[in-house]
Every structure is written in structure tokens, then in C-alpha cells.
Design a protein. Structure first.
Length: 321
């Protein structure tokens, strides 16, 4: 099996970007260790604080965010960072070439039940026309990402990443502490019968979204045998889709704050959309390609339909009017 760095070099990734990716992955190994220790390391449970999203933070949220923050700000190739757990952009090294955004612990509600959780990250070229700590550093379309990936902490620790080419999967080898290539080209099937959605939100959805489930998914014989799979962690649902196809949905709904959906464009939707497209899938927000959206704010939210092409298209056909 091939090690990470030789694979990236063969993909003609700049050496400085490779070194930055290694910094992110060094933090991921620390997080993976804390996850594996669980209550033995005192990382379970919640803090008394809320993040910028208004969500109660888990202890492991705070630890993961701090690990990534410290390591990235110590890397002289990083000009600025943005985190789902931080209110504002944090400046790094003046004149550095890259900016990094991340969700340090996606699915943190699963921490206390030993469920699927992961780290999502994205790297862009830094902008010279705005201040280092400006939100405008990150006002870049998803199609401009230089690298996108996630680390899934589970029975094994997996890295799924693209640097503009194929979406590849690496597995953390605990015998030597490095990531080894285990799938050189992930491929999402065009059509499947699995979907992931929080059906408990049905009452808050638009009539068009309800119609998809009422008249298409449940009434049509074409969808007989469909199965719902829901991890309560987008990174976990995404990995299942990368592995065997399916549809991930988080539509907009009528609850305060969810009128534009719940998924964050910068930290979740853009990196996962890039991974999906580079694996042959599709990723849209209200029918529009996610990677073409011009961000309007640092913590912007978007509705998401992501996964196998045929399922995404059929959902949009019913719901986008």
C-alpha cells in the first residue's frame, strides 16, 4: 500500500500544500487518540458553553478545535483559519499562501454514545486584496478549493480527500502512524435506493419537499425497497455515500434559523460537495450547484441534496419550483 506523501507527489501537489495537509493530519491523529480513549481521557460530556451556531459544545468539540487551531497557527504556510466553533476568522502568518477552514468535530452529538464522528477540512489560496483576519478571505466559491477532505473516526480512522483529482481514501495504520492508500479512486454509483434524512423534521418542510417523500419516495413503485440510513453526523452519512452511493438530504425548513437549511457552506457543504463531485456524484443547494455558490457570510447555511446523480436530480425535479 502506498503512503500519503508519495501519492500526493504523484498527483503533482505542491510540496508546501503537502506539508500543510500533514499538519492537519497530525492534529487528526491526536483527535483519533482522544476519541479512542473516550471516558478514560475525560473527553465525554458537554461544556456549559455554546458555539457561534448556538449549539452546546461537547468537551471533545473544544479539544479538537484547540488542537487544530494551535497546530495550524504554528504552520507558517497558514495565513488565516476559520472554524465552525470560532466566532471570527483568526489571522496566522502574514503573507502565507493558504487559508484553512474546518469543522473540528462533525456529529459531536454522537460522542457520548461511541457513534460516528469526524473532522472536515478545506484549503484555499489566501487573498492578497483583503486583510488576513477578514471574513472576505473565505468569500471564495467551493470550486476554488485546493484541497477538501474529512477524517472519519470509527473502528478504523479513515481519511477521504481530494486535491482536485480523484477522491481517494486512506486508512490510518496504527503500526507506524501513517495514512496508507486503500482506495485510489472512490466512485459513487449513479443510482441507489438508500437515503439519509432526519425524518423527524418532516412537519417543518415545504410542501414540495413533503411531496417528494409522500408521492415519489413512498408511493412510487420505482422506489420500492428503499432504505433510510441516518447517522446524525453528516460526515458518517457522506462516507456511506462515497462507499456505496445514496442520497443525503438536509432541506430548508420553517424553524427559526433553518430557513436556509442547517448545513454550513464553508465548513461542510463545500468540502463534501467537492469530494462528491470528484467521485462522480452531485451536490446541490435548492437545485444550484453548491460549488458555484458565492458565499455571503462566514457561517452561511445552505440546504443540501448530495450523493448519487439520479437521486439528486429526482429530488430537485420535485422540490425546486
Amino acid at each position: 500500500m502506498k503512503r500519503l506523501v508519495p501519492v500526493l507527489k504523484k498527483d503533482n501537489v505542491d510540496l508546501e500544500l503537502i506539508m500543510l495537509i500533514r499538519t492537519i493530519l497530525a492534529a487528526s491523529k491526536e483527535i483519533a487518540f482522544r476519541v479512542s480513549q473516550g471516558d478514560l481521557a475525560g473527553v465525554l460530556g458537554s461544556t456549559l458553553d455554546e458555539n457561534i451556531q448556538g449549539e452546546v459544545q461537547k468537551k471533545l468539540d473544544v479539544i479538537s478545535n484547540q488542537l487544530l487551531k494551535d497546530m495550524l497557527l504554528d504552520d507558517d504556510s497558514v495565513r488565516a483559519i476559520a472554524s465552525e466553533e470560532e466566532d471570527f476568522v483568526v489571522a496566522g502568518h502574514k503573507g502565507a499562501p493558504y487559508i484553512v477552514a474546518f469543522d473540528p468535530l462533525d456529529g459531536s452529538s454522537n460522542v457520548d454514545i461511541n457513534g460516528q464522528i469526524g473532522t472536515i477540512f478545506t484549503i484555499y489560496a489566501a487573498r492578497d486584496d483583503v486583510a488576513d483576519d477578514s471574513e472576505l478571505q473565505f468569500a471564495q466559491q467551493g470550486k476554488d478549493q485546493l484541497c477538501a477532505g474529512y477524517v472519519l473516526y470509527g473502528a478504523s480512522t479513515l481519511l477521504v480527500m481530494t486535491t482536485g483529482g480523484p477522491t481517494r481514501c486512506f486508512t490510518l495504520d496504527l503500526t507506524h502512524g501513517g495514512y496508507l492508500l486503500t482506495d485510489s479512486e472512490c466512485e459513487i454509483p449513479v443510482e441507489t435506493k438508500e437515503f439519509a434524512v432526519n425524518i423527524a423534521n418532516y412537519r417543518y418542510w415545504s410542501e414540495h419537499t413533503k411531496a417528494y417523500f409522500n408521492d415519489v419516495l413512498y408511493a412510487s413503485e420505482d422506489y420500492a425497497g428503499s432504505s433510510m440510513r441516518w447517522n446524525a453526523a453528516m460526515v458518517g452519512d457522506m462516507h456511506r455515500i462515497i462507499s456505496r452511493g445514496g442520497l443525503f438530504l438536509y432541506p430548508e425548513d420553517s424553524r427559526p434559523g433553518n430557513q436556509n437549511g442547517k448545513i454550513r457552506l464553508l465548513y461542510e457543504a463545500n468540502p463534501l460537495a467537492m469530494l462528491a463531485e470528484n467521485a462522480g456524484g452531485k451536490a446541490t443547494a435548492a437545485g444550484k450547484r453548491i460549488l458555484d455558490i458565492q458565499p455571503s457570510s462566514l457561517h452561511q447555511r445552505v440546504p443540501v441534496a448530495l450523493g448519487s446523480v439520479k437521486q439528486v436530480d429526482e429530488f430537485n425535479k420535485v422540490t425546486v419550483k
